[in-house]
Design a protein around this ligand. Structure first.
Ligand code: DGL
Length: 263
């Protein structure tokens, strides 16, 4: 039993830290190894082959670090590669999907907006999500190229970030949506600005807590959950670590080891 092994977490970049926060809160005793492919991002505009290849390499690297489970802290990677990874990966692979179901269930008007990457929105998996849970709802699915870069570069509140967000959110507000699904793990870091730009009128759904719960339940059911009073650790592997270490320090203020991602 691999109780003491770390949990591997991966994203195209630093957006998955919005998920890591929730994982850390729910599983304080666990160690996490987080991989960010920042030097190759955005994945949201890359081909499915490229994304699958990067996921294969990073998951293999995480298995070399003895990961007992893999969390895909990336909607794009889940949409494109989760099923493929589950075919060969010997440990549980937990994915993340835009929170369409809870949004539809809780929206008073039945009008919801989804902000996600182009690759996520074009994927058959997203189409199936809408078909299963949003038949009776009015959903505005908005691809949001450029937003992840705002986060990767630490431009959370820059004029260019605000104007990009306004461009994506204005049609949703015009259509009367009352609930906004953040379908990319980078976007929760823009929530304060989104709230401001929309007059705090939208309910914003972030995916981290639900994924953390699923991960905990999964480990618990396989008897590999680490508990006790110890404080777990985080170790970061980032593609082009020097270029992105400043943003890492903004998003994860506690000082932790950060290395170059070697794959
Ligand atoms: N953070 C990612 C997601 O959840 C992808 C961002 C990107 O690389 O385009 O979809």
């Amino acid at each position: 039993m691999k109780t003491q092994a770390p949990i591997g977490v991966l994203d195209s970049g630093l957006g998955g830290l919005s998920v890591l926060v929730a994982l850390r809160q729910r599983m304080p005793a666990e160690d996490f190894v987080y991989c960010a492919d920042s030097g190759n991002a955005p994945w949201g505009e890359r081909s499915p082959d490229f994304i699958t290849q990067r996921c294969d390499r990073i998951v293999n690297f995480l298995l070399e670090q003895d990961a007992k489970a893999i969390v895909l802290a990336c909607n794009t990677a889940t949409a494109i590669a989760a099923e493929h990874l589950r075919c060969w990966c010997p440990v549980p692979v937990i994915g993340i999907e835009p929170a369409v179901k809870p949004a539809v269930q809780s929206s008073p008007s039945g009008k919801i907006g989804v902000l996600a990457t182009s690759r996520t929105i074009e994927s058959p998996r997203y189409a199936s999500l809408l078909e299963r849970f949003a038949q009776d709802a009015h959903v505005i699915s908005q691809p949001a190229p450029g937003l992840m870069e705002c986060v990767e570069q630490g431009r959370f509140d820059a004029p260019s970030t605000r104007s990009l967000l306004s461009r994506y959110l204005t049609p949703m507000l015009g259509a009367g949506v009352d609930t906004l699904v953040l379908g990319c793990t980078h976007y929760p870091f823009l929530s304060p600005v989104i709230g401001e730009l929309t007059g705090n009128k939208l309910r914003i759904l972030e995916p981290g807590p639900a994924v953390a719960k699923v991960t905990r339940d999964r480990l618990s059911s396989t008897g590999t959950l680490r508990s006790g009073s110890r404080q777990g650790t985080e170790t970061f592997y980032i593609k082009d670590v020097q270029r992105f270490s400043h943003t890492l320090s903004l998003l994860w203020p506690e000082k932790r080891p950060a290395h170059e991602l070697p794959v």
